[in-house]
Design a protein around this ligand. Structure first.
Ligand SMILES: Nc1ncnc2c1ncn2[C@@H]1O[C@H](COP(=O)(O)OP(=O)(O)O)[C@@H](O)[C@H]1O
Ligand SMILES: [Mg+2]
Length: 375
């Protein structure tokens, strides 16, 4: 009897991934584990979609199996100090064994805060915090909780997309956090984020509250040969024929950015099903076409918002991404003054459309240039 080949798409994108969709990161998991369990705080940075959230959530799961208390707060959800306090409080509560006991314990530790509890539709505890509104929110009571609760093992606390704190009038909030956290010898903190420049400024500038607070760690792409092996295995095991060359092409067309590799592999897999289970270059191109169609509204709404000159700069960079501020370059592509090219590029970087490596500018999304080519 032959084993029936599964027909479930073996690739995932758009959400944090874990096994069986998770590729590699073995060395990173080992290193991060070792640093955090020994009490070292970390600053983890990379471009968007390299896999920071997936990696850290996998690590937290691994640590909590070994009895570590782990806490995760996503700063994309934080729009005020008190919202932060609520999310943090709730995540701390979830790290503890029995809610009932924990609630009593937490309440005893936060004298000027009265937690108000309910249960949401999914059975998770919902908590809002009440305090004497005539005084500022006593954030320090919440910040000190992990330190006060920790026993023999350090608590592991993750703040994802932490640079967003800058939008909450960062400086004071930052100072306040640091003032408490500097005394926490029983907590390992992870500050991570995708806007690397902003995040690094927070930890490397002398005048910033978190100056040298954690060890810097850049999350790189997954090595190409590891991606290659993973894709080959997943295509094979799900009954799709794909040569090493065509798989190599998936990786190169997606710039080997983990998210886009999975996105393209997923689309290629779907198209291969309709091609008698074979992935060839025609199928791969059809998959890319499909992605461009899916992304069209999103790209178009961004593009339409640009000024004529910004569009010109973008198309120039599409042709040639080096030394873009040189007089020769500006003349060749008939751009305006250097300063306005700089302003345009600043905007692209801020929007996460371009990234700078040395003197060279790259498109963050490998499919966007393909879309632009067609304009
Ligand atoms: N280790 C990995 N294995 C497989 N896919 C990954 C991995 N890391 C990231 N990805 C892909 O990238 C996408 C974005 O990952 P995510 O963890 O959200 O990145 P980030 O937090 O850096 O923006 C995931 O949905 C997945 O498709
Ligand atoms: Mg993330």
């Amino acid at each position: 009897m032959t084993k029936k080949k599964t027909k479930k798409n073996p690739f995932r994108y758009g959400i944090a991934v874990d096994d069986p969709y998770f590729v590699d990161r073995e060395q990173e998991l080992k290193d991060l584990d070792q640093w955090l369990t020994s009490g070292q705080s970390l600053v983890i940075y990379s471009s968007r979609r390299y896999g920071k959230t997936s990696l850290i959530l996998k690590l937290l799961k691994q640590l909590s199996k070994r009895g570590y208390k782990t806490v995760y707060v996503d700063f994309f959800k934080v729009y005020s100090r008190s919202k932060f306090a609520e999310l943090y409080y709730r995540s701390i509560l979830e790290a503890m064994p029995s809610w009932e006991k924990s609630i009593r314990k937490l309440s005893a530790l936060t004298k000027s805060i009265r937690p108000v509890f309910s249960i949401d539709q999914d059975g998770r505890p919902l908590v809002t915090l009440d305090w004497n509104k005539a005084t500022p929110f006593p954030l320090d009571e919440i910040l000190d909780l992990p330190q006060k609760l920790a026993g023999g093992k350090p608590w592991i606390v993750v703040f994802d997309e932490f640079q967003e704190i800058n939008d909450l009038n960062g400086e004071n909030f930052e100072k306040e956090m640091r003032a408490s956290m500097i005394h926490h010898d029983k907590v390992s903190y992870v500050f991570q984020g995708s806007r690397s420049h902003m995040l690094l400024n927070m930890f490397t500038r002398k005048n910033r509250a978190f100056y040298q607070f954690g060890k810097l760690f850049e999350l790189k792409k997954i090595p190409e040969d590891v991606q290659q092996k993973f894709l080959e295995r997943k295509f094979r095991d799900s009954g799709i024929e794909a040569t090493p060359d065509i798989i190599q092409e998936i990786i190169s067309r997606s710039g080997n950015v983990p998210h886009y590799v999975q996105y393209l592999a997923s689309a290629a897999w779907e198209h291969s099903l309709e091609n008698d289970g074979t992935l060839d270059s025609k199928t791969l191109n059809a998959a890319i076409e499909k992605i461009l169609i899916n992304q069209n509204d999103y790209y178009l709404s961004y593009y339409e918002d640009l000024t004529a000159h910004q569009k010109k700069v973008l198309h120039a960079i599409l042709q040639d991404n080096k030394n873009i501020f040189n007089a020769g370059y500006i003349e060749k592509y008939r751009l305006h003054a250097v300063s306005s090219v700089q302003r345009a590029v600043e905007r692209f970087i801020k929007d996460g459309v371009l990234e700078k490596k040395g003197n060279i500018y790259f498109f963050t999304d490998p499919f966007f240039p393909a879309w632009l080519e067609k304009m």
